[in-house]
Design a protein around this ligand. Structure first.
Ligand code: SAM
Ligand code: SF4
Length: 477
């Protein structure tokens, strides 16, 4: 019997706004694909390498592949796929916490309403200007704004703060793309936020396992599994087709969550004909007021494997890794196909201007493990041969469905994404990099130019690089 379950079946069943998670089905698929053979693992890997999204059953085979040579084969294939599909670019962003008031009581989060130790802060206009100025002065061009859930943070508030961020200009600095991670809105609310010109709207389901969901969400609107599960359907209905999904790893069995994420992807594809733009896979970190038992804690070995499995399962979906993870884990999983990371992250309220050495858990949501500055992250990426990118071209040229463009137009990455990455890197090197990073960065640009045998295109790209050196900014293809 073929191991492939055709995802076509969801075309018949899935409807907008309706629950699509069937826990029994996921458990059954995981259960019936235990202890796969090397042959089965290789068969699934081969399908992924031809850039097919995997079915739940195929993904279950990879998830259950535990022999060291199987794990090795999965990781090697993920590296290969990453290089084929994404090339060497890594997009950089920073989170900016706008407000930590919260009516919910999520057992894992420092902002939970029952945590009376948490100092509650909402950034005012001047605070936003100060934080964004500091981020721009470090070289950032892309931010994700993060909010607790509170009546004060309604759609208008979110839209206003987005517009404030776009309005801050410091020297050559500007924020060219503002993404959002905030509570689910209704369709009207999503429309208001869309009008403010947001990029991606991210909402993590946290866990796709309803009983666990109900156990860890003790109070407030977030208690309602179905309202959250349908939230990005409402975003789609409001015209936001650029959405990010995620699961908080450590609440329930990671294998189940991987299949839950995949089921969410095929729900979007079935109903809206477009998958989510990104998947996030935060691994739970300690926090002030933290009350989650360690039963489902994900080990480093399982975590690195699950990222490789996700890469193979959804070749065309961006994968986001954050500073929750220490440098060593970040370095390893960057190779398996992560397409975006944060750099120079500070999740303390007003943290980008406070310059404190120590984290204070009573001022932030959870602990972070990568405290490097943006420049340190940039320099390491460059040394490892990655091209750090701040590119926002597609979104600003209204090439909508950015990921769709990237992957559906042959040669798009080489012709647009990679050159734009090089142009934004040159801007960074000119405006923000210390001399050592600048030297290494320009060496990487020179080496990357050798990849182009189309001399006409190469000279166009060179000409733009020269214009950037001469002081022009925001050039892209
Ligand atoms: N309040 C909104 C919500 O809950 O969706 C948006 C912001 S919330 C601050 C962003 C995400 O942080 C959550 O969706 C959750 O996955 C993650 N998070 C919360 N507590 C965490 C912890 N202790 N460790 C790692 N990630 C955590
Ligand atoms: Fe509030 Fe979000 Fe934290 Fe839950 S995860 S307590 S909703 S900020």
């Amino acid at each position: 019997m073929s191991i492939i379950y055709h995802t076509q079946q969801y075309k018949l069943a899935d409807k907008a706004m309706e629950n699509f998670i069937d826990a029994d089905e996921i458990h059954e698929i995981l259960h019936s694909h235990q202890q796969p053979t090397m042959e089965q693992v290789n068969e699934v890997i081969a399908r992924s390498l031809t850039k097919n999204r995997l079915s739940l059953a195929e993904t279950a085979i990879l998830v259950n592949a535990n022999e060291p040579e199987m794990v090795e084969a999965i990781k090697t294939a993920a590296k290969q796929l990453k290089e084929q599909v994404y090339g060497k670019r890594i997009v950089l962003f920073a989170p900016l916490y706008i407000g930590n008031l919260c009516i919910n009581d999520c057992a894992y989060c420092g902002f939970r309403s029952s945590n009376k130790k948490q100092e509650r802060i909402t950034l005012g206009k001047q605070d936003i200007i100060n934080q964004v100025t500091a981020l721009e002065d470090a070289g950032h061009k892309r931010l994700i704004l993060v909010y607790g859930e509170h009546p004060r943070y309604d759609a208008r508030f979110i839209a206003d703060t987005v517009k404030m961020v776009y309005g801050v200009k410091s020297g050559n600095g500007e924020i060219r793309r503002v993404n959002i991670n905030a509570a689910p809105l209704d369709v009207e609310g999503f429309k208001i936020v869309k009008e403010a010109g947001i990029g991606t709207y991210q909402i993590f389901q946290e866990t796709y396992h309803r009983p666990t969901y109900e156990k860890v969400h003790l109070k407030g609107t977030k208690k309602h599994f179905d309202w959250r599960l349908a939230s990005l359907d409402r975003a789609q209905e409001a015209g936001i087709d650029d959405v990010g999904i995620g699961a908080l790893f450590g609440l329930y069995d990671w294998r189940f969550e991987v299949l839950g994420l995949l089921r969410h992807v095929n729900h979007f594809e079935a109903v809206y004909n477009v998958g989510p733009h990104t998947i996030s896979f935060p691994r739970i970190q300690s926090a002030s007021g933290f009350e989650v038992d360690k039963q489902y804690a994900v080990s480093d070995a399982d975590f690195t494997k699950l990222v490789a499995v996700l890469r193979l399962a959804v070749p065309y979906t961006g994968l986001i890794l954050t500073a929750r993870e220490p440098g060593s884990i970040r370095d390893e999983i960057l190779q398996y196909g992560v397409s975006q990371i944060d750099g120079g992250t500070n999740i303390e309220m007003k943290g980008y201007t406070s310059h404190k050495e120590q984290q204070n858990l009573d001022h932030e949501q959870f602990e972070i493990c990568d405290n490097r500055t943006l420049n340190e992250v940039m320099e390491e990426l460059v040394e490892d041969g990655y091209i750090p990118s701040f590119c926002t071209a597609c979104y600003r040229l209204k090439r909508t469905g950015e990921h769709f463009m990237e992957f559906s137009v042959p040669g798009f990455i080489k012709r647009f994404c990679q050159p734009n990455a090089l142009l934004t890197l040159a801007e960074y090197l000119e405006d923000y990099a210390p001399p050592a990073t600048k030297e290494k960065g320009y060496k990487l640009i020179e080496d990357s130019l050798r990849d182009y045998d189309d001399e006409r295109f190469k000279s166009k790209l060179n000409e733009r690089l020269e214009r950037i050196k001469a002081g022009e900014r925001d050039l892209y293809f």
